[in-house]
Design a protein. Structure first.
Length: 134
């Protein structure tokens, strides 16, 4: 058996709502569910981005039947751009929104990535899909 896609990605933030607002405002994700101070669930196309507060997510007493999970410190997420022109449009949109780019990387095999930080300090990348041969 082989999975066909990644269904969900999780980032951790002390203030999940502030992080969710960043992703809905600047990336157009749609909030599906939220529990103040605990989590925000966002739809990104056919995948989900889950933003958890690290304390409650790693506390078995607060998880019920679901196994505790969690991490501390910055994580990483990469959004897919289909073309170089799309990546340029992202750079322009982020600049207009006064979101500083941390780095623009030119990959040896071709393609580029833009790096920035969300409000929780997670590393956010937007990359041309062909850097992975996709």
């Amino acid at each position: 058996m082989h999975p066909t896609a990644i269904l969900e990605t999780v980032l951790y933030a002390e203030d999940p709502q502030a992080c969710a607002t960043f992703y809905t405002r600047h990336f157009g994700l749609t909030e599906i569910r939220a529990l103040s101070g605990r989590f925000n669930f966002l739809r990104c196309g056919s995948q989900m981005l889950l933003i958890f507060a690290p304390g409650p997510a790693s506390d078995p007493a607060q998880q019920g039947d679901i196994p505790a999970h969690g991490a501390r410190g910055p994580g990483h997420i990469c959004f897919r751009a289909e073309t170089a022109a799309e990546l340029d449009a992202w750079r322009d949109a982020l600049t207009q929104a006064h979101i500083p780019l941390e780095h623009e990387h030119h990959w040896p095999g071709g393609g580029r990535s833009l790096y920035l930080r969300d409000p929780a300090g997670n590393s956010v990348e937007i990359a041309e899909a062909h850097i992975w041969g996709l």
